[in-house]
Design a binder for this molecule. Structure first.
Ligand code: SF4
Ligand code: SF4
Length: 82
C-alpha cells in the first residue's frame, strides 16, 4: 500500500479526501475519518501528504521507488537528462 494514514495524528479535517486528484482516499461518515479506498489507483503525487496539516499521511514507498516513478514521469513529459 503506497499511502497509509496515521490515525493517532489525524484530526479528520478532510483535506486528504477532498484534495486527492485520483480519488484514492475515501471518507467514513460514521467515524468521520478518511481511509485508503483504492490503493492501487494512487499515482504517488504526494498531494495528500502536502495538504495534511497534522502530518498524518505516510508514504510507504522506499526512496528508490520515488526516483523510478519520477524518472518515468519526466520521460512521459519528453524531458531528458535524468
Ligand atoms: S499520493 Fe496523490 S494519488 Fe496517492 S493518495 Fe495521496 S493525493 Fe491521492
Ligand atoms: S488531511 Fe490529515 S488530518 Fe486531515 S483528514 Fe486527512 S489524514 Fe486526517
Amino acid at each position: 500500500m503506497p499511502v497509509k494514514i496515521n490515525y493517532h495524528l489525524c484530526k479528520g479535517c478532510k483535506a486528504c479526501y477532498t484534495e486527492c486528484p485520483a480519488d484514492v482516499i475515501g471518507w467514513d461518515d460514521e467515524k468521520a475519518i478518511p481511509y485508503i479506498a483504492y490503493p492501487d489507483e494512487c499515482w504517488h503525487c504526494g498531494v495528500c501528504k502536502l495538504e495534511c496539516p497534522e502530518g498524518a499521511m505516510i508514504h510507504t514507498l522506499p526512496p528508490q521507488c520515488w526516483i523510478d516513478i519520477n524518472k518515468r514521469f519526466i520521460s512521459m513529459l519528453g524531458r531528458k537528462g535524468i
